[in-house]
Write a protein that binds this ligand. Structure first.
Ligand SMILES: CC(C)(COP(=O)(O)OP(=O)(O)OC[C@H]1O[C@@H](n2cnc3c(N)ncnc32)[C@H](O)[C@@H]1OP(=O)(O)O)[C@@H](O)C(=O)NCCC(=O)NCCS
Length: 139
């Protein structure tokens, strides 16, 4: 049975390994420092799917008081197509709703048909008339 629950601080390396093995597009915050800062800010912001003590899926559930946001949705290849990502997203939605969120954004790499298809199937619409703008701050 796969359990969905907040990640523990001791699981940070396991979470980073899932991102590497799941082919999640790498970002500058994919390191111990990034995940430690996330858990320090909000210990419940990282959900994991656990199968017999192994972390097999993840999602970051962000809440800033205005909007909800999902990042780093990833499931290890051998565990795909069992509904694990769907359960991670539903649990994240439930937690965001409880905290007062009314609108949630998810970011998917446009060329990853699999990711975009997943989000559409989960009820998320692509906003073709918006552009995402980002800036990486100097260290
Ligand atoms: C995308 C990803 C998280 C899905 O994980 P998963 O646990 O296999 O997903 P689920 O089993 O919950 O849901 C899959 C369902 O989503 C829908 N779906 C998935 N891909 C789809 C696609 N390309 N087109 C349409 N629907 C799709 C289907 O309903 C599918 O059900 P099925 O498996 O019975 O066909 C996983 O493939 C992954 O980790 N990919 C690499 C990382 C990534 O792209 N992450 C998302 C970036 S934000």
């Amino acid at each position: 049975v796969v359990d969905i629950r907040p990640a523990l601080p001791v699981e940070i390396d396991a979470v980073l390994a899932v991102w590497a093995d799941a082919d999640a597009e790498p970002t500058v915050t994919d390191d111990r420092r990034g995940v430690e800062a996330l858990l320090h800010h909000d210990p419940e912001a990282l959900l994991v799917a656990e199968d017999e003590r192994r972390v097999v899926g993840t999602v970051v559930v962000g809440w800033d008081g205005w909007r909800g946001a999902f990042y780093r949705l990833a499931v290890l290849p051998p565990w795909r197509h069992q509904g694990i990502a769907t359960r991670l997203v539903r649990e994240g939605e439930r937690r965001l709703r409880d905290r007062g969120a009314r609108r949630i954004a998810a970011i998917a790499v446009t060329s990853h048909g699999q990711a975009v298809g997943f989000w559409r199937a989960a009820g998320y619409e692509a906003q073709e008339d918006r552009t995402r703008l980002v800036k990486v701050l100097d260290a």
